[in-house]
Design a protein around this ligand. Structure first.
Ligand code: MN
Ligand code: MN
Length: 296
């Protein structure tokens, strides 16, 4: 089973970005500035962003991507998750790092990184997805933390970030196996032991994707659909990548209309239900003939 070589090109860029982020992103930077820097560094290295760069501060856990009007800045006390993806020809490397200068949360970060490693070690010898979840849950608990139970890793396919199989962060029975040829991301999210341990939707929606390319008969909607398709196919996008030429508020109104017609899907930001900080580490990997390869 041959893994397309573009995965390894995306992965190499994602890996380089990880060191770049650790050297260049510091407390006090604006969230929008961080997202734009990450995305321009991806493009400078010959890749494209696979989705809008997620910046999750503290309890903001996933799918928060700064828009153009973003005013938030990171502070030293914050737990900051940077979740970014690189694609080459639609082949996605999905990864994330968490950073903090808060001594109270150093252990949370360390435990999350160790939990990701424990999950990877399981995949090397056991491809049952339930066992991967079991390792994540038990490793998290052994450090005195708990996993976010309703977020999962996932398989990847060309132009699809969340493909067929989910890899939960807890044990569940009856899940499929990971097979040779599968490319997938494992991403434990850990929070404090007294937290709720699950995420809920927040009203903010700042990530969208095209579900299908279909004519609506409305010229403005069709033009926008074409522009999104040409640039993104079905990969997620940020409105700030498409707002040139629109008056204030117009693009969001068009996206809402496309969503109502089920041509566009939106991803609400997900926040930890009890407001506790969450850390996340993620790698994309592939099962090749020779075994497991970490792509990122
Ligand atoms: Mn990710
Ligand atoms: Mn992911």
């Amino acid at each position: 089973m041959q893994i397309p070589e573009q995965y390894f090109k995306s992965g190499k860029i994602a890996k380089e970005l990880k060191s770049w982020i650790r050297e260049n992103i510091t407390a006090g930077m604006g969230l929008l500035v961080i997202a734009e820097k990450v995305e321009s560094e991806i493009m400078r290295r010959g890749g494209q962003p696979a989705f809008p760069t997620g910046i999750g501060v503290n309890d903001m856990t996933a799918h928060y991507a700064p828009q153009e009007n973003e005013t938030g800045k990171t502070r030293e006390a914050d737990v900051v998750k940077i979740d970014y993806g690189v694609h080459v020809d639609g082949y996605v490397a999905d990864t994330s790092v968490t950073m903090t200068e808060n001594p109270n949360y150093q252990m949370l970060l360390e435990a999350t990184e160790k939990t990701l490693q424990a999950a990877i070690d399981v995949v090397k010898r056991d491809r049952r997805i339930g066992e991967v979840g079991r390792a994540i849950e038990s490793t998290a608990k052994s450090y005195g933390f708990r996993p976010i139970t309703n977020l999962s890793g996932h398989t990847l396919q060309q132009y699809v970030v969340h493909a067929g199989k989910s890899i939960p962060n807890t044990y569940s029975p009856g899940l499929p196996m990971l097979n040779k040829g599968d490319v997938f991301a494992i991403e434990p999210f850990l929070t404090l032991h007294d937290a709720a341990g699950y995420v809920v939707e927040s009203p903010q929606e700042n990530i969208f994707s095209l579900v299908v390319r279909k004519r609506t008969g409305d010229r403005e909607l069709d033009d926008l659909t074409d522009r999104i398709w040409n640039a993104r196919k079905t990969l997620p996008f940020s409105p700030r990548w498409f707002n040139q030429g629109y008056k204030e508020g117009r693009l969001m109104a068009l996206l809402k209309e496309l969503e109502r017609r089920r041509l566009v899907h939106s991803y609400p930001a997900l926040v930890e239900a009890s407001g506790k900080p969450v850390a996340q580490f993620e790698h994309t990997m592939a099962i090749e003939d020779g075994g497991l390869s970490i792509i990122t």
